[in-house]
Design a protein around this ligand. Structure first.
Ligand SMILES: [Fe+2]
Length: 385
């Protein structure tokens, strides 16, 4: 997160004595990223954050690849992913490459018995259905329909759901996820032409602190294994922290669309960036207002990026037979465009209610077995008249 945040109590100066009421020291932890070059936070724990008690076991969770060199356009029916009780078990990787994974999940239950820590990747969780509370060692964040939750790698968390009906679209990124640099000034402040500003990014305001000893299970994901580690102190024992490295949320409904007289290119929808992919938000907006404009997109050749579009709500004007929860994949190397009839259908329309999340990856995505299980294998021929 490119701006400073402080929560709880911290000493006046870093790396100095910070004492508890009984006179003993709090345990300081520097939580850095990209070595000592990236964003970081300084945390103050009740107990040592290093007290590993046992390493119980490990499970390989690497996705099984069905097609490593895909050239087909696909439609995936995301709501066909079956709900599962456990949060981690419910996460199904449908597309993946060396930089990121696209995951669908329909968890029914909150995480009760364990904490989760992804040491491999930042997690961007889009809430399609459901509401609840993300609980982390750096504070809590309420979430609801339309929220992006951005959890930087290594942040220990639990997730509480209000009901059993939840649908999540998750991007796991091995590259750090930031807001677009072109929308920030030299000082990191979001500029006037940014489609969102600092007020739209919600930071943790509620810190849960437990000074407890015992057996605390952290399921840690590293190199595509989930390792069960037992710690001797409660992971949420932070009394305060400050810095730039913390989780936050942003609602897609707070994205202010950029519109024009003629069709605007996808970068106007960009919401997040990495050096390996971008994430865009397609939100309800007025259509292009040139008297002869064509609101539907033109055919385009994304020669060097795979395009993933996750359909959330509204009507999807450029596609026939697309419903909420579907994912379209248009792979690099071949052009794609509106379905037959969609261009004419769009002329004269003045606005759209579409809501969708797009992920454009710079390396090709591989199709997993979980993806193939919910795929429409005939979609790649859907432009034939
Ligand atoms: Fe496209």
């Amino acid at each position: 997160m490119p701006f400073y945040h402080q929560l709880g109590k911290i000493p006046h100066k870093r790396h100095t004595q910070f004492r508890k009421p009984d006179g003993s020291l709090y345990y300081e932890q520097l939580f850095g990223t990209i070595g000592f070059d990236g964003m970081y936070a300084n945390l103050y724990h009740e107990q040592r954050p290093t007290q590993v008690k046992e390493i119980l076991g490990r499970k390989n969770v690497s996705p099984k690849i069905a097609d490593a060199n895909n050239i087909k356009s696909y439609r995936f029916k995301g709501f066909q992913v079956k709900p599962e009780a456990d949060y981690l078990e419910s996460r199904k990787t449908v597309l993946t490459n060396a930089d990121c994974s696209i995951i669908l999940a329909a968890p029914q239950e909150s995480t009760e018995d364990y904490f989760y820590k992804n040491a491999d990747a930042d997690e961007l969780i889009f809430i399609h259905k459901g509401s609840g509370k993300l609980r982390t060692l750096l504070g809590n964040l309420d979430f609801k329909y339309g929220d992006y939750l951005l959890i930087p790698r290594g942040i220990i968390y639990k997730i509480d759901f209000d009901t059993t009906d939840n649908r999540l679209f998750i991007v796991e990124s091995r590259r750090p996820i930031y807001t677009p640099k072109r929308y920030r000034n030299y000082f990191g402040q979001l500029l006037e032409h940014s489609p969102f500003c600092e007020r739209d990014l919600r930071r943790p305001q509620e810190l849960e602190t437990y000074n407890e000893s015992g057996d605390f299970l952290i399921k840690l994901k590293k190199q595509d294994e989930v390792i069960d580690m037992v710690y001797a102190s409660h992971p949420f024992d932070v009394v305060g922290y400050d810095g730039y490295n913390y989780p936050y949320t942003f609602s897609i409904h707070d994205f202010e669309p950029i519109t024009g007289r003629v069709h605007q290119p996808p970068p106007v929808h960009q919401t997040f960036e990495t050096d390996a992919f971008v994430v865009c938000s397609f939100c309800p907006r007025i259509y292009d207002y040139h008297p002869e404009s064509i609101p539907a997109p033109y055919n385009h050749s994304n020669i060097d990026s795979d395009e993933v579009l996750y359909y959330v709500d509204g009507d999807f004007m450029s596609r026939n037979d697309i419903e909420a929860g579907h994912i379209s994949l248009h792979p690099a190397g071949i052009p794609h465009g509106p379905h037959p009839g969609a261009t004419e259908r769009s002329i004269g329309k003045t606005q759209t209610e579409e809501l969708a999340v797009m992920v454009d990856t710079f390396k090709p995505l591989q199709i997993t077995e979980e993806g193939l299980a919910i795929a429409d294998d005939s979609y790649y021929k859907s432009w034939l008249e």
